[in-house]
Design a protein around this ligand. Structure first.
Ligand SMILES: Cc1ncc(COP(=O)(O)O)c(C=O)c1O
Length: 499
């Protein structure tokens, strides 16, 4: 067999590869409504499909794309589909996906204007539009990151820089060793990424003063007041707009007052909840957020951008640039120039031109389209909660303020039995293959958590999903009752259904 050697300028091969990607993408997109919501292949099958020794010889790019599509297909989750309610996952809208394809084809390095003028300007404009849509202070600077984890990191790095500069310490030059201490206050139910960001920045997770929260995960104002009263020096307060389980908002207006009174820095982690500000009917949930000092959010959540697209907003642009900038003789300096170089706002130098997809999505939805989508998702989350909550034995644990629903199966059952029933029901829901629901441990209990946030989801998808979840619960309850009654029937029988 003749050896194939890669022709770096083979136009036919390039066309075959791009056309293959296009064909697979269209077929995936068209079939997304009927795709299984969870992967059908397990680890072993995927290792077999992708694995093997390092290829010695190359194959044409078109062939590689066919192989990739065949290997990945059974291992794909229905994240971009209409009945995927796991984690908090936007649905990769075609406007962003297509822009992202072009981003790869164009191969721009979005580090600076000089190297990628269109990418820098698209990002600059999209960043300004975002500030406007989210109704944040106009003077904010914006970093387009890989996600809210990195956005939390960027914002907290800026906080560190500003607070230490106020007490005469240059953390960028002199580091954290020997620096005046900064006390960090965060709700005990702040997102894991906040604690990770603090760790990366040398604050130490154990040193964070964790403020007690209410049953929905909201930070307690009196607990924060009491904790702040013990602190005399520089401090950061980290509030949350949208709890990962319940969607609840910390009482930001009160937190703003407390933090301002004492000269602290207020950061808001609003990975998905900050988008409530773009929807007039939900905006009151995030009232007062605009008075914070920094904000983290994700465009790959409610704006439906393809991964990875997060946003870090910082009111003190000098602190933002000081914390993130990189200097070298061949790079543009960080100034207050009207042309913005992205490299001064995130930890990366060479990077993907994420601004193209961001720009395309803001252009495609428009302010009103974003508001309508958010409201539709919130109304659908409420509908899902109402359907589930009306079924005997199912308990909805949260008040649905936004798009998140937390569910427990086996209402009034002892804790361990409720955990087992919840887990068994989750497994049946997955086996049924209508929708994807995610299990979690929360406040010592096994729960099902649902996030309604993907653009293709319709009311019909919600009803089909609710039917499937209720059916799974009834079958689980029936099977459990049969086992307890030592029923000889080989399958769950109706005799014990009402137990
Ligand atoms: C409140 C909150 N913060 C931060 C994150 C982390 O976001 P990412 O996974 O985009 O880094 C999430 C993710 O769901 C979140 O819900």
């Amino acid at each position: 067999m003749a050896e194939w050697s890669m022709d770096l300028d083979d136009a036919d091969d390039a066309r075959t590869a791009l056309e293959a990607a296009y064909r697979h993408a269209l077929s995936f997109h068209r079939g997304r409504g009927s795709l299984p919501p969870a992967a059908t292949a397990g680890f072993g099958a995927l290792m077999h499909a992708f694995g093997g020794p390092v290829p010695e010889l190359g194959v044409p790019a078109g062939q590689v794309i066919e192989q990739l599509a065949a290997a990945a297909g059974p291992g794909l989750m229905g994240t971009a589909g209409p009945r995927f309610f796991g984690w908090v996952a936007g649905g990769s809208h075609p406007a962003g996906v297509a822009a992202d394809w072009l981003t790869s084809v164009w191969g721009q390095n979005a580090a600076c204007y000089e190297g990628a003028p269109a990418a820098a300007v698209a990002e600059q404009v999209a960043a300004q539009w975002l500030v406007d849509v989210l109704r944040l202070p106009r003077e904010c600077s914006v970093g387009i990151t890989t996600g809210a984890t990195m956005s939390n990191f960027v914002c907290l790095a800026a906080a560190r820089s500003a607070l230490l500069q106020r007490v005469g310490w240059d953390v960028e030059a002199d580091g954290m060793s020997g620096a005046p201490p900064i006390t960090v206050f965060a709700g005990e139910e702040a997102h894991a990424s906040v604690f990770a960001a603090l760790r990366y920045l040398g604050f130490g997770e154990r040193k964070v003063v964790r403020i007690a929260c209410d049953s929905a995960g909201r930070m307690g104002v009196e607990a924060l007041r009491a904790a702040l009263a013990q602190c005399g020096g520089p401090h950061v307060v980290i509030a949350q707009a949208g709890h990962i389980m319940t969607g609840a908002f910390d009482p930001v207006e009160a937190i703003v007052r407390l933090t301002r009174e004492r000269g602290g820095w207020l950061h808001v982690d609003g990975a998905f909840g900050l988008w409530a500000r773009a929807c007039p009917a939900r905006a009151p949930l995030a009232a007062g957020v605009e008075f914070a000092d920094s904000w983290a959010t994700d465009a790959h959540k409610w704006l439906q951008a393809p991964y990875e697209c997060g946003c870090a907003f910082v009111r003190d642009t000098d602190a933002h640039r000081r914390a993130m900038t990189m200097g070298a003789g061949y790079l543009p300096p960080a100034g207050s120039e009207c042309i913005r170089d992205p490299l001064h706002y995130t930890p990366e130098l060479s990077r993907r031109a994420r601004g193209f997809a961001l720009w395309a999505l803001l252009r495609a939805f428009g302010r009103r389209g974003i508001a309508a989508m958010i409201e539709r998702h919130c109304a659908m989350a409420q509908r899902l909660a109402d359907r589930l909550g009306a079924e005997p034995g199912i308990e909805v644990l949260n008040e649905v303020e936004l798009n998140q629903v937390v569910v427990r199966f086996g209402r009034h059952e002892p804790a361990a039995r409720g955990d087992a029933l919840t887990q068994a029901t989750l497994e049946r829901i997955r086996q049924a293959g209508i929708c994807f629901a995610h299990g979690a441990h929360w406040r010592g209990r096994r729960v099902m958590r649902l996030s309604v946030i993907a653009w293709p989801t319709t009311g019909d998808d919600i009803d089909r999903s609710a039917d499937s979840m209720i059916e799974a619960w009834r079958a689980t309850r029936q099977a459990a009752a049969c086992i307890e009654a030592a029923c000889p029937s080989p399958a769950p029988c109706m005799d014990h259904a009402s137990t």
